[in-house]
Unconditional design. Structure first.
Length: 118
């Protein structure tokens, strides 16, 4: 059945738990984007912001003292592959996405860069 190709949520949390228990402190973590599931027909701004918050919260919980560098993937935009620049026409605006990223990743973004996120 289509739409069930993603790993279950408990796999991610079990993996993070295992990593923390079996490894020393990391210098930093790089998250390479594409946080969304593969059910592209259900993509919407609300679910994307929820995914970003959930994954960010999990990483912050498991790696409290580790800098986390996050990158936007091509699946973060709605519709898929839409990551428009700030100057794009309003109907293609990604301010909802950039604002969500700033809210959830702000601990790792230098203060002088905040204006570039919204």
């Amino acid at each position: 059945m289509a739409g069930f190709c993603d790993a279950p949520y408990y796999l991610m949390t079990s993996m993070l738990d295992h990593i923390v228990k079996t490894n020393d402190k990391f210098d930093y973590i790089v998250v390479t984007g594409d946080l969304m599931s593969h059910d592209v027909w259900n993509y919407n701004n609300i679910s994307h912001m929820s995914f970003i918050k959930n994954i960010s919260d999990n990483l912050k919980t498991y790696f409290k003292d580790t800098p986390i560098l996050q990158v936007i993937g091509n699946h973060e935009g709605v519709p898929i592959d839409n990551v428009a620049p700030h100057y794009a026409p309003r109907q293609w605006s990604m301010n909802w996405l950039y604002g969500s990223m700033l809210k959830n990743w702000g601990d790792y973004i230098p203060g002088d860069q905040n204006d570039t996120m919204i």
